[in-house]
Every structure is written in C-alpha cells, then in structure tokens.
Design a protein. Structure first.
Lengths: 112, 115
C-alpha cells in the first residue's frame, strides 16, 4: 500500500533563507510523487510532480524537489523564502493508475 | 467553466438530515476524485471514478456515504443521516485520465457543517 509521511507539521523560516519541507513515501512500485500547496481559503494548487523522468524536478515559484529512491524521499526545497510562500504544503503519492494519497501537510511560516 | 466547480460552497445542515454535494469537473476529464479535509488535516481519500464507474471507493467511511457519476461528468456525493463528525470541507478533483502522469485539478470545496 502506498503512503506518505511528512516529517514536520510546522516549519518556520526567515524571509530570504532556504526552505526544506521533508517527505518520505512508501510504495510497492515506481510511484508518481507530487507537491501541492494550499493557501488560506484557496484551492489546492500543484507545485511540481515526479513521474520517473528526471529525479530533480523544478516547479512553480522557485520550488524544486529531488526524488531519492534509496532514501524513499521527495523533499521540497526553495533557495530563498518569500512572505507569499506562507501556506500549507502537501506531499502526495500515486501508484499506477490508482488513487492519489495525501500526507498530513506541513504548515510553512515565514518570519519577517 | 475553466476549473472544477463545487456547489454549494457552504452547507449547514441539522444532524440526521440528508445532503448532496455536487462536483462539475473540467470538461473532458475522465477521472474524478472526492476527498474530505478536516481542520488541520490533509485531504482524506473517499472515492475515485474513471468515467461512470467507481474505480476505488475504499475511502468511503461507512454506508451513509455514497457517490454517483451517471454520465461520466458531474458527480454527486450523498450523505445520509448526517452526524456532527461529518463536518469538514469536501474536495473534488478531476484529471484528464489516470492520476499517474497528469495533474489533478481541485475545486474550492464545499464546507459542510452539521449542527
């Protein structure tokens, strides 16, 4: 069975410093992995996705994630945080043509 | 419309009542998903349609919950004998085909409050 674990429920960083949101997955086969962002009172938006092509995936708003099979990880990073990045971030896994499963989310706080 | 549309955006109902939540997916999207998001939690999978059929309904919590998609487009999530614990935001998403290589687009959700 597939699952994702987001290791931090809350992350706080200062504006202009790097962001790291951690995600580990469990999957029987080669998974597809996604990061979604949810701003307050807004819908879920896809940041980036990994589907067995390049292991380093670039997404919108300067975010990127690296698929590491040996570590079963798909951590989300950004070199320099912006105030507008404050939101809830979800790591998501899909296996084959099966349903997509969400992690519990990490709330990112940006300190001025 | 351009995106996934969910109606109503808010629904308040009394305990024990029946409710229907509607989802209009993006035109041409064959896959449709329902999720439930409680406060402070990630979206919890309920059911997934490919076309008219439910490909996976393993997330429906009990037999009070049912969903249909009779013509392979609009879907309705039906909840009978609502309970206070059913209060949550119900999210609908659609994708062109299966989720593996395609993005799932989410609606704004229906906030259900059972009083």
């Amino acid at each position: 069975a597939q699952s994702v674990t987001q290791l931090d429920s809350h992350v706080s960083v200062s504006e202009g410093t790097p962001v790291l949101l951690r995600c580990n997955y469990s999957s029987s086969y080669s998974p597809s992995l996604f990061w979604y962002v949810q701003h307050p009172n807004k819908g879920l938006q896809l940041l980036l996705k990994y589907t067995s092509a390049a292991t380093l995936v670039k997404g919108i708003n300067g975010f990127e994630a690296e698929f590491k099979k040996s570590e079963t990880s798909f951590h989300l990073t950004k070199p320099s945080a912006h105030m507008s990045d404050a939101a809830e971030y979800f790591c998501v896994v899909s296996e084959g043509d099966d349903k997509i499963i969400f992690g519990k989310g990490t709330r990112l706080h940006i300190l001025p | 419309g351009a995106g996934v549309s969910q109606t109503p955006s808010n629904k308040v109902t009394e305990k024990g009542k029946y409710v229907e939540l509607r989802c209009d997916p993006i035109s041409g999207h064959t896959a449709l998903y329902w999720y439930r998001q409680s406060l402070g939690q990630g979206p919890e999978f309920l059911i997934y349609f490919q076309g008219t059929g439910a490909a996976d309904d393993s997330g429906l919590p009990n037999d009070r919950f049912f969903a249909v998609r009779p013509e392979g487009s609009v879907s309705t999530l039906k909840i009978q004998r609502t309970e206070r614990g059913d209060s949550a935001v119900y999210l609908c998403a659609s994708s062109v085909y299966a989720p593996r290589n395609t993005e799932a687009f989410f609606g704004q959700g229906t906030r259900l409050t059972v009083v």
